[in-house]
Ligand binder design. Structure first.
Ligand SMILES: [Zn+2]
Length: 231
């Protein structure tokens, strides 16, 4: 019951447990998902990004993929939802102080150790080793355990203070059901963007664009600007 009631499991509780043979495949899958780039299969290293479906990548691998679309054929449709670098979010990950894998001479093998993760939840300290659900916020890229997000119940990011909505929360390496939900939300978002039904995004675009300074717009269309709403 320890995991449900909000208590933080101790390290030995996480590490030990029945070691069964059939678990090996599952463990290998977890190690792959949480430690290796979905695209290049190389070990994840900063800058690390995640897509809207919650998969992890090295940013340089995504950039290479976008530059050379022909590689998409070889990889099937696994990453066809990434059309632009804007479709991925650079993650702000919290280092695990107990991680030693990057120190000294490492030739890959140590990364296969499920018992110690490179990153942790900055709020409750859970290790990001595939055994706990983790999420990131699309608005800022900060990464938390799902437990922390549920416990805090805030509308601003615990780490950087950015405001977020439920739509911004993306489960990392989630279940099939999670991915289906995320896919639905992604398609909805893209549809909205296409139809221009997101007035906030438009406003930001106009204000932030260096090519269209507000002064030019004002000079060109002075009569059409609403008088009342400019506060
Ligand atoms: Zn944040």
């Amino acid at each position: 019951m320890g995991c449900d009631g909000g208590t933080i499991p101790k390290r030995h509780e996480l590490v030990k447990g029945p070691k069964k043979v059939e678990k090996v495949d599952k463990d290998a899958e977890l190690v792959a998902q949480w430690n290796y780039c979905t695209l290049s299969q190389e070990i994840l290293r900063r800058p690390i990004v995640a897509c809207e479906l919650g998969r992890l990548y090295n940013k340089d691998a995504v950039i290479e993929f976008l530059l050379d679309k022909s590689s998409e054929k070889a990889l099937g449709k696994a990453t066809s939802h990434i059309k632009s670098i804007k479709n991925v979010t650079e993650l702000r990950l919290s280092d695990n102080p107990a991680w030693e894998g990057d120190k000294g001479n490492t030739k890959g093998d140590k990364h296969d150790d499920l018992q110690r993760a490179r990153f942790i939840c900055p709020v409750v300290g859970l290790e990001m080793n595939g055994r706990h659900r983790f999420c990131f916020l699309r608005c800022c890229g900060c990464v938390f355990s799902e437990r922390a997000l549920k416990e805090i119940k805030a509308e601003v990011c615990h780490t950087c203070g950015a405001a977020f909505q439920e739509d911004d929360v993306i489960v990392l390496n989630g279940t099939k059901e999670d991915v289906e939900t995320l896919k639905g939300r992604m398609e909805e978002r893209r549809q909205k963007a296409k139809l221009g039904k997101n007035p906030q995004a438009h406003q930001k675009l106009r204000q932030g664009s260096p090519k269209k300074p507000a002064s030019i717009l004002e000079r060109r269309k002075p009569a059409q600007l609403p008088k009342v709403q400019r506060q």
